[in-house]
Write a protein that binds this ligand. Structure first.
Ligand SMILES: *Cc1c(COP(=O)(O)O)cnc(C)c1O
Length: 242
């Protein structure tokens, strides 16, 4: 590979990845867990396919995207990694995403779950999903309200072609990551409650933590962190994205 630009990109990304991985390992050990108990999802939204291939070469196995259209193009071109849908999903796109993504993190209503169930049944597969919870209560954020989660979870767990693996949340953007620790803690407490009340699902996954706060999230029990900028560098933002 003589391409200078790609070579430079590969080196920067490898360095970033090493930093993120050691930060994850330290936070895991601090919270009494093994580093490999935490899945790093590299959030590749807005990044070109080239950057994703460079990351895959550097050992990334999981990629996260938040827009269906953009993600499907990337998946078609590069199907080998595990793909995670982390952005808001409209029910009318359920038929496009089932089976394409290993994990759908953003299930936030019974209506959406039913649409996913119908498509998974048609394809005769079981689709892994997470329930997105709006712990912070910000009106701009998607997600179920915490107090409606047990009731909705009971109905969604009963759907035979969906495998509910746990919960996901997005914390508000703040200067000081310690500020959002209570949000991550609340998601874990809610998960523990669901484990008690609805034991027919494993509830093993907690998808929480992004570039600014993944350390705190891991200390509070995250099993999946979704990290974009710390791996790929700053994004040229597209308005509504964070
Ligand atoms: C963009 C995004 C991330 C990654 O954000 P960074 O700050 O780049 O780490 C994680 N989760 C969701 C839902 C996102 O939309």
């Amino acid at each position: 590979m003589i391409d200078k630009h790609l070579q430079a990109q590969y080196e920067a990304l490898t360095t970033n990845l090493a930093t993120v991985r050691s930060t994850i390992a330290e936070a895991a050990l601090r919270s009494g867990r093994q580093p490999d108990a935490i899945t790093l999802v590299a959030v590749s939204k807005t990044r070109p396919l080239e950057a994703i291939q460079v990351a895959a070469q550097a050992g990334v196995r999981d990629f996260g995207e938040n827009r269906v259209q953009e993600a499907l193009q990337k998946i078609a071109a590069f199907p080998t990694p595990r793909w995670h849908l982390i952005g808001h999903l409209q029910s009318n796109k359920a038929n496009k995403v089932v089976g394409a993504f290993q994990f759908i993190h953003s299930v936030d209503s019974l209506h959406l779950a039913l649409a996913l169930q119908r498509q998974a049944e048609k394809l005769q597969i079981r689709q892994s999903i997470l329930l997105q919870v709006n712990i912070s209560g910000e009106t701009s954020k998607e997600g179920m309200q915490p107090d409606e989660v047990p009731g909705l979870a009971r109905q969604i767990v009963a759907l035979p072609n969906l495998e509910v693996q746990g919960l996901m949340t997005i914390a508000p953007r703040v200067e000081e990551p310690e500020t959002v620790r209570p949000i991550f803690r609340a998601l874990r407490i809610l998960r523990d409650q669901l484990q008690q009340e609805i034991p027919d699902s494993s509830w093993s996954q907690l998808s929480m933590g992004m570039t600014d706060d993944y350390c705190v999230a891991i200390e509070e029990g995250a099993t999946i962190v979704r990290v974009g900028r710390a791996i790929f560098g700053e994004r040229i933002d597209r308005g509504e994205l964070q």
